[in-house]
Design a protein around this ligand. Structure first.
Ligand code: GLN
Ligand code: ZN
Length: 756
């Protein structure tokens, strides 16, 4: 008999990004809520049917979301901040107001903050818990309605809910009450939810508790244990339902013993990222409990090596009853694209090495059935060379010395030289790089890609856009200009498609946040640069203005983190290869008269290991030097900027300073400027531009609001070191709101200058 199989979550944005397009139309009031709901329903049915056809034993529901599952859970539990309810909008509108802010007839509210979801490029909405919130689940809830929806299609699902511990762990608290004070209410609410599901015929409920893979303190452990002791006892007595604990993104070494004792009916462990999962499961595992063995990598697009997976299964079955081992995904398939069948342009000998969500489901099925012909076919993929090697890249890497990681002269001296050379005003204003990507901009790129316009026409259009963009920035009075990035769709895709060693997919979209998707390129071989990638745009832009034009590149760590990496060599080696390639571009820009070069490391923080003890040894010790490798060879008067999305680097602030950039801009407005204290405390020497307004929302910040933020910053940052800029690139914004926002930004900076 075939083994049982389980899937943690399925992508939901749509094979052709249907949810993205429908949502965007809905936001523009081009379609109704019903029409949006209909698209959502079709997408859910699509995933369920795929899994059901493949015979997956445990198919998830409630993994769908219009924006984010944490936000869904907040709404499920009634944890909706008053200011959103006060708008008096429909439930769906209220939900979107919390997701991305609201400005209109009903009022003006900012979105809830957004953060990176563990070590992925997905973002979740951070729930906010207020002392007087009434935590309760109503019968009309998303988990139940999705369960029923699948049921009506004849598909039995496991409702997957973010568990109380993870929810409480990731939430913010506005009042006196802390996580433990909410615990009892949460237990009751989850019991209530489970009763509804059980009454509807659910046999299982799954609690996702990825927060267990962090370092867990003793207090946190007690909280987790006390919540689940009560929850499991109540559920086993009141609701006839089996309870599964699902963990992912690592191992749960700190709570494993307790997890085994709590009486779960199934325990899901991640055998891909969890370094200790195997050791833990082998050491002991509760009887009569299912082990959901997360063996198929939910984060990368390479095919699973069946033989290796089978070896793990065989070893596990020496200790755990075979029937109790369920073959599953390591995490939700949300983090991979839909299907390789949408890739029409990749050659078969490449594509056969890839498995996206739908192919991974087939992998589960084949692993479970032990089908010999499938195993034979799989074995062939792993014999012989899979990737493209390049000796010259390996030689260049072997020739790097310590000196390649050190920029000279030191920071303070450079700062002086640059201040004298540029003569920028106090509080120089700039933007992060991209300007609104209008329909025309996208159409121009698409037409060029399709071959329906010539390169000349394509370039001419972009040059026109650049000139307009420069004119706008000059009119606005910005100090350091950008060319606008009209040639780029996604920044990593842009570089990936030009670097040798990269493969460019056609349809491998993955959700990043809300309706925003990215298409990570694939590292298919040793990486190098064989031609300049940005020089022509930057040089053209500089020729159109007397002001300083910033060159705009993406750094090696971000390029790596937003790619699908190779699995045959280390991440460090891949990053250093990319660093050498970007270094050539930096030096080319400098040679061509570009005086300020921004090297974005938007995603640096993203892959910081989840366990503190791994931070340096497994990551920062090579990631930070990789950045220095890129810029160490430029002249002292060339100013290197970097940009990071999210200011969540209080705890790695010294490492950020050690990137040795001259200026860093980062997101701060959504994070309430908490970073400022850390900057001051660490005596941060890099000049800083903490974003003064949130670009993820269409609302226009007022001059007063920006001035207030800047004044707060000046309390903590020396005035000579403060830059003024938005949070991030403006590409997702409309033109009108961008102009209005930047106008206010410049006005605020000027007013402050006058006072200083
Ligand atoms: N320079 C990029 C832009 O402005 C940075 C994007 C990012 O940080 N994600 O779009
Ligand atoms: Zn950013």
């Amino acid at each position: 008999m075939a083994a049982k199989t389980s899937v943690i979550g399925f992508p939901r944005i749509g094979k052709n990004r249907e949810l993205k397009f429908a949502s965007e139309k809905y936001f523009k009031a081009e379609i109704s809520a019903e029409e949006l709901e209909k698209t959502a329903e079709e997408l859910r049915a699509y995933g369920w049917k795929k899994m059901s056809e493949a015979g997956i034993t445990f198919i998830p529901s409630n993994d769908f979301s219009f924006y984010d599952n944490m936000l869904d859970t907040a709404f499920l539990l009634g944890a909706i901040p008053e200011r959103y309810k006060a708008l008096g909008l429909s439930p769906l509108e209220t939900y979107f107001a919390a997701a991305h802010g609201y400005q209109g007839g009903a009022g003006d509210v900012k979105a809830l903050p957004m953060k990176k979801w563990f070590n992925t490029n997905y973002h979740y909405i951070v729930p906010e818990l207020t002392d007087d919130m009434n935590i309760t689940v109503s019968e009309d809830n998303k988990a139940l309605s999705e369960f029923n929806e699948a049921k009506s299609l004849g598909i039995k699902t496991v409702s997957s809910v973010i568990g109380p511990y993870t929810f409480l762990h990731l939430a913010t608290y506005t009042g006196e009450k802390k996580a433990e004070d909410f615990a009892a209410d949460f237990v009751n609410a989850y019991v209530q939810l489970t009763k509804y599901l059980s009454a509807a015929g659910a046999e299982w409920i799954s609690f996702a508790e990825p927060a267990l893979v962090f370092d867990v303190t003793d207090d946190e452990k007690s909280l987790f244990v006390s919540i689940y002791k009560k929850l499991i006892a109540k559920l086993h007595s009141d609701a006839k339902i089996k309870i599964s604990l699902q963990t992912y993104f690592g191992d749960i070494r700190d709570v494993y013993k307790e997890v085994c004792q709590l009486g779960f009916d199934a325990i899901g462990l991640d055998f891909v990222e969890g370094k200790k999962s195997f050791e833990l499961a082998e050491s002991s595992f509760p009887e009569n409990t299912l082990l959901l063995a997360g063996l198929v990598n939910g984060k990368n697009i390479w095919r699973a090596d069946y033989q290796k997976k089978n070896e793990v299964l065989a070893k596990l079955s020496e200790k755990i009853e075979k029937d109790n081992i369920v073959i599953g995904t390591s995490c939700s398939l949300l983090h991979v694209p839909y299907t390789t069948s949408s890739e029409e342009k990749l050659e078969q000998n490449i594509l056969e090495h890839f498995a996206y969500a739908e192919e991974k489901i087939i992998e589960l099925k084949e692993l479970a059935s032990g089908d010999t012909s499938a195993f034979e076919a799989n074995k062939k993929l792993f014999t012989g060379q899979r990737v493209e090697k390049d000796e010259s890249v390996q030689k260049a890497l072997s020739e790097i010395t310590e000196a390649d990681f050190v920029r000279k002269p030191d920071f303070a001296e450079r700062e002086k030289i640059q201040h004298e050379a540029f003569k920028l005003p106090l509080f120089p204003t700039t933007t992060i790089g991209s300007f609104p990507q209008t329909k025309e901009v996208r159409a121009n790129r698409a037409a060029y890609k399709k071959g329906s316009i010539t390169r000349e026409e394509y370039v001419k259009f972009n040059q026109k856009k650049i000139t307009e963009c420069i004119k706008l920035q000059e009119e606005l009075g910005l100090d350091v200009l950008v060319h606008g990035e009209f040639e780029r769709n996604d920044m990593v895709e842009y570089f990936g498609s030009q670097l040798k060693g990269y493969i460019f997919t056609q349809n491998a979209w993955v959700q990043s946040y809300g309706t925003r998707c990215v298409k990570p390129p694939v590292i298919w071989g040793d990486v190098s640069r064989n031609k300049p990638m940005t020089v022509e745009w930057s040089v053209y832009a500089q020729s159109q203005t007397k002001k300083i034009m910033k060159g705009m590149l993406t750094g090696p760590v971000t390029i790596l983190n937003w790619s699908f990496p190779r699995e045959d060599i280390s991440l460090k080696e891949q990053t250093h290869q990319i660093a050498l390639a970007i270094r050539e571009e930096v030096l080319d820009l400098e040679k061509n008269g570009i005086k300020i070069i921004q090297i974005d490391e938007a995603a640096l923080r993203e892959k910081l290991p989840l366990r503190h003890s791994d931070w340096h040894t497994e990551y920062l010790d090579w990631a930070i030097p990789a950045f220095r490798l890129v810029h160490s060879k430029v002249q002292p008067q060339t100013q290197i900027h970097t940009h990071m999305c999210y200011s969540e680097f209080n705890d790695i602030i010294r490492d950020i300073d050690a990137m040795d950039a001259d200026v860093i801009t980062f997101e701060a407005s959504r994070a309430d400027l908490k970073i400022l204290d850390a900057l001051k405390e660490a005596n941060f020497r890099t000049e800083v531009g903490p974003g003064v307004y949130d670009i993820h929302s269409a609302r226009v910040p007022s001059v007063e609001e920006i001035t207030e933020a800047l004044k707060k910053m000046l309390g903590k940052v020396q005035k000579e070191k403060l830059w003024v800029n938005p949070d991030c690139g403006l590409k997702t914004r409309g033109e009108e709101e961008t102009v209005a926002s930047l106008k206010n930004l410049v006005a605020a900076a000027k007013a402050l200058r006058a006072e200083a």
